[in-house]
Design a binder for this molecule. Structure first.
Ligand SMILES: CC(C)(COP(=O)(O)OP(=O)(O)OC[C@H]1O[C@@H](n2cnc3c(N)ncnc32)[C@H](O)[C@@H]1OP(=O)(O)O)[C@@H](O)C(=O)NCCC(=O)NCCS
Length: 148
């Protein structure tokens, strides 16, 4: 197996990325939205076995203070062979010295912990409808008035 890491997004492999996200359990993404998200990302990293896309990840950043990593996925046939780590290393190398944020899918926290990520004590998120019922979010905090 000859694996190759590539940088950047090429619309020619958009369908491969859509399939990869599906196969990896991250859902059926909208093609136009994914194309925009990949185009606007600070870094996109992919892993190839010949012309087969077997891994992908992307990072958004201001390039100075902060960066966030999203949508890291390795095809199930290629998991647990070090590709996720390779992708993460490539993304991190694009933002030396910056604070990097991410959220894990359920059960994947140990993967990120192995790469040195730690729980953030005050991390919060606000999702618009219809995402506000996401199982990743705690129920809304009760305001002081409501508690009255
Ligand atoms: C999470 C994911 C990207 C990991 O990719 P991978 O290529 O399998 O990971 P690696 O082989 O590089 O693993 C690196 C280390 O993490 C460990 N690891 C990987 N997945 C793990 C898991 N689910 N639980 C515990 N440890 C895990 C590996 O054993 C390895 O440890 P080691 O260096 O001590 O041997 C991959 O499982 C995946 O695509 N999952 C589905 C999509 C997803 O949930 N993505 C995360 C979005 S936030």
């Amino acid at each position: 197996m000859q694996l190759q890491i590539r940088q950047g997004f090429d619309p020619q492999w958009l369908d491969d990325a859509l399939n990869l996200y599906c196969e990896a359990g991250l859902g059926q993404k909208d093609a136009d939205q994914l194309r925009k998200a990949l185009t606007r990302s600070y870094r996109v990293v992919t892993c190839w076995n010949g012309e087969e896309l077997c891994g992908i990840g992307r990072l958004i950043s201001d390039g100075v203070y902060y960066a966030s990593i999203f949508d890291v996925a390795v095809h199930p046939a290629y998991q647990r062979q070090g590709i996720g780590r390779l992708l993460m290393n490539e993304l991190e190398q694009a933002v030396p010295g910056l604070r990097v944020y991410l959220t894990a899918t359920f059960g994947k926290e140990p993967f990120y912990e192995k790469l040195g990520y730690r729980r953030h004590r005050t991390a919060l998120a606000k999702y618009p409808p219809p995402f506000e019922t996401s199982p990743y979010l705690d129920p809304p905090a009760r305001s002081t008035q409501e508690q009255g």
